[in-house]
Design a protein around this ligand. Structure first.
Ligand code: UDX
Length: 507
């Protein structure tokens, strides 16, 4: 950046307002700020981040007018289009103001947006600003999503055998494919219908306007779960095709619109073939710059208050003895599963740290649902908190295993500390991540349903005490070393980050 002299580029980050998405976006903001960029975070008022934890970043709230929160994974199907619909105009307003206030020596701002905030691409296009996507999951996951139309056309879906390997997506099995909720057949059928309608395309750009057909556009997005970009009237917008670094024949990458590249919180050492395949198949520059929380450790961006008392409890436990249990920020369990989990943990005889969010059991205050006598039985052997400082927990020497839903941040944070994983994926990309944990990196295994106390205790002892678990821990430690090498000078993420900075300065 120094070689650019007086030129300082402002980056406007547009995060998707949920824990697993806000964290990586704010980490990216901290990293790019350390590279000399000015950073503005244009965030929804809904689930607004704690701005005081990030004094180097400028925060601009968008009046999204949203009040209801998605309570379950299914709710996101409706929520994402609604959020995009509500955020588009305020984002455009904020960006217009930034451009108007721009100093003479400043370059036009570049937008970096979470893939789920796709309205930012439409705004960037409208204002003729460069834009880049941050995809907070893995390339493997996105490849799997985009394989649906091909799999449907070739007659593989609906799948006959969930255990069968998916052609072209080795080692994923049909049951590992990312869907919002596999138990929800309607969602799968709707996805199938959408894919049929759209061929291999991933979004629809319309030469139309919200003011002409707002309700139809919204209904279409909702019904077919597909990003729609009404960007018309196009003849009134200056020709911008030269803005795009994408090849004309990039096929199903239309959802990128005029965006120039994809940033991943991932690494070549974790999914080299998927990243390379994605780049080749969709002819788009990819920048795997993870694990970002290790490049620029930032203050917490948690939406929930972290309970640090668990660190004092961890300090009293022996090396590698504690199993840490967390389902991330959205996944939940059935009411009848809670006592099974509780007694499974107690019966494993291992010390445990368990994160039980207030909504961990389908909307109820779950600590009240803990079985009678449970707290007395576990005594000092267990510690239960509503929200933990997870990165600190995983880095603690007492933690020897992670029972995880395998959200991508949790998986990456565990890998970064060499902690092996028992995975119990719930929805979305978690199945893909869980498959890689057990079948590719071999740093853990998947817990097969049903959630039953005897099976839970056995699984925990398998990871924490048995030789097989020790071997998984060793492989996790090896992967941790590789991840550390990747972010050091000359490592793959280090190089990708420098290339990303160059690209940002050139677009
Ligand atoms: C969601 C999806 O579930 C996930 O599959 C997708 O990859 C990202 O979006 P989430 O459920 O929040 O994410 O899981 P995850 O990606 O693991 O992110 C959770 C974040 O919350 C992590 O950064 C973790 O460190 C943090 N966390 C979790 C805490 O800080 N404290 C806790 O007690 C639990």
């Amino acid at each position: 950046m120094e070689k650019q002299g007086h030129i300082r580029r402002r980056l406007v980050l547009v995060p998707f307002p949920f824990e697993g998405h806000l964290n990586p976006m704010l980490q990216l903001g901290a990293i790019l700020h350390s590279k000399g960029f000015s950073i503005t975070v244009a965030h929804t008022k809904f689930n607004s981040p704690d701005t005081s934890s990030h004094p180097d970043l400028v925060f601009l709230p968008l009046s999204d007018g949203l009040s209801s929160t998605p309570k379950a994974s299914e709710d996101f199907v409706d929520f994402i289009p609604k959020l995009n619909l509500h955020s588009r105009a305020p984002l455009q307003e904020v960006l217009t103001q930034i451009i108007q206030k721009q100093q003479q020596h400043e370059e036009l701002p570049c937008i970096i947006y979470d893939a789920a905030m796709y309205c930012a691409e439409a705004v960037a296009h409208h204002l003729m600003l460069p834009s880049i996507i941050l995809y907070t999951g893995t390339a493997t996951n996105l490849l799997a999503y985009y394989a649906y139309p091909r799999l449907i056309d070739e007659g593989y879906i609906p799948a006959q055998d969930p255990e069968e390997l998916v052609p072209g997506l080795h080692p994923l099995r049909f049951k590992d494919l990312p869907v919002l909720n596999f138990r929800n057949l309607d969602a799968l059928l709707q996805l199938t219908a959408t894919s049929r309608n759209m061929g291999t395309s991933s979004a629809i750009i319309r030469n139309s306007l919200y003011c002409l057909e707002q309700s139809s556009v919204a209904q279409f997005q909702r019904q077919y779960q597909v990003p729609v970009f009404p960007v018309g009237p196009m003849h009134k917008i200056a020709p911008t095709s030269s803005n795009s670094v994408l090849k004309e024949d990039a096929g199903s990458i239309t959802w990128l619109g005029t965006s120039s590249a994809i940033i991943w919180n991932s690494m070549y050492c974790l999914e080299q073939s998927s990243l390379t395949q994605f780049q080749q198949q969709y002819q788009v520059p990819v920048f795997p710059v993870g694990p970002m929380h290790k490049i620029a450790p930032t203050s917490s961006s948690s939406l929930l208050k972290e309970d640090s008392s668990c660190i004092t409890w961890l300090d009293k436990q022996t090396h590698n003895s504690v199993i840490y249990v967390s389902l991330g920020s959205i996944a939940s369990m059935d009411e009848k599963e809670l006592p099974e989990m509780a007694w499974g943990l107690a019966n494993s005889k291992q010390p445990f740290l368990w994160v039980l969010r207030p909504d961990s059991v389908h909307g109820s205050g779950c600590t009240d649902l803990l079985p009678n006598g449970f707290n007395e039985t576990i005594g000092e052997k267990g510690c239960i908190v509503k929200w933990a400082p997870q990165k600190e927990v995983l880095a603690h020497s007492a933690v020897g295993g992670f029972w995880s839903h395998c959200g991508w941040n949790s998986t990456l944070e565990s890998i970064s500390e060499g902690v092996p994983i028992i995975s119990r994926p719930s929805f979305g990309d978690q199945r893909v991540n869980a498959r890689y944990v057990s079948g590719v990196w071999k740093i853990g295994f998947e817990f097969e349903n049903p959630l039953e106390r005897g099976k839970i205790a056995k699984a925990i002892r398998r990871l924490m005490v048995e030789k097989e678990g020790e071997e998984m821990r060793q492989r996790a430690l090896d992967l941790k070393v590789n991840a550390e090498l990747g972010i050091k000078k000359g490592g793959s993420s280090y190089n990708s980050l420098n290339e990303l900075v160059e690209l940002i300065m050139s677009v």
